[in-house]
Design a binder for this molecule. Sequence first.
Ligand SMILES: *Cc1c(COP(=O)(O)O)cnc(C)c1O
Length: 368
Amino acid sequence: MGGTELKYIQQAFADNWIAPVGPHINHFESDLAAYLGHAVEVAALHSGTAALHLALQLLGVGPGDEVICQSLTFTASANPIVYQGAQPVFVDSESSTWNLCPQMLQRAVEDRIHRGKKPKAIIAVHLYGMPYQSNEIRQIAQEYAIPIIEDAAEALGSKYNNRPCGTLGDLSVLSFNGNKIITTSGGGALICSSKELKQQAVFLATQARDEAAHYEHSQIGYNYRLSNICAGIGRGQLEVLETRIAQRRKIYQFYNSLFQEYPFVKMQQAPSDMFYSNHWLSVALLDPQSGLTPRRVQQALEKEQIESRLLWKPLHLQPVFKSAPYYGGTVAEELFETGICLPSGSYMGENELERIQQVWKEIVKSLI
Ligand SMILES: *Cc1c(COP(=O)(O)O)cnc(C)c1O
């Protein structure tokens, strides 16, 4: 935590706003909107998954529809497609940003149309904070008039061409889950381009209650609003967001210099100055010829009680999605097989980084 979160929580208690409504929610939304700029409207929700679900709902995705989704991502990117009774269509990554491959996306869109169904939406993800190739993807989306849902759950603070991630989609999604760059314990936001869309999102998120003196419903709604207490945490967290980004980027730089002398390790890297990552997680690829595997590095770190993670397993390889169509080659699969998410917590200081450096040197020694 940054330090002021507790003050906001205490204020919620003092004012008795212990509910999914209250002043912290409004403030958190306007603070976020101010941070993102570009006249966005923010709906605070209880998770990023809920935001993705509402985005699909707002775009009218329903049973039998198809939605394109980046394969190399967390399962929460795709699950809401299934909640809506729609069919996910997975697309491979390109190797520069590890995100949605424009060529494969185009092929997928054309083939789905050829088979008789135009995809209703494209879900593109900024993996580990690295922006996707927005211009290229937007061009395809525009050509075929398909809206983009930007999954910026991992990319608050990242920028593409100086524009904040979270403002690049027709609808955009943020997450404030415990593991993200800032957290409200659990939380998320849907970023909308108009007040009307935000109102519609909040309406659906609060049980779709029509204007009436009694409880009147002409649509099915959800209970997806963020709690006023959690929004208070979010207000405190926003105050330290810039610090968190600086910390994560510093950790990334530490790994970058650590691996300089090991040509068999390659970090996820911005392809050009257009891509500015918050480096939510520092991720490295290990050349299999070195004898190093992600699992081996993970186990060596684990022995020293240092946690690391494997990459997201591509969704088209997940048992639950095995019947979903897939367009692409083996880029996502190879990233999954050779990549490791290194310890990246904002709280890591010099001591922690030094320990990691020592363990890494031991790992390399064991190779010879
Ligand atoms: C965390 C995450 C989500 C889901 O957010 P929750 O707030 O945990 O529901 C969606 N997509 C990606 C890429 C994520 O990392």
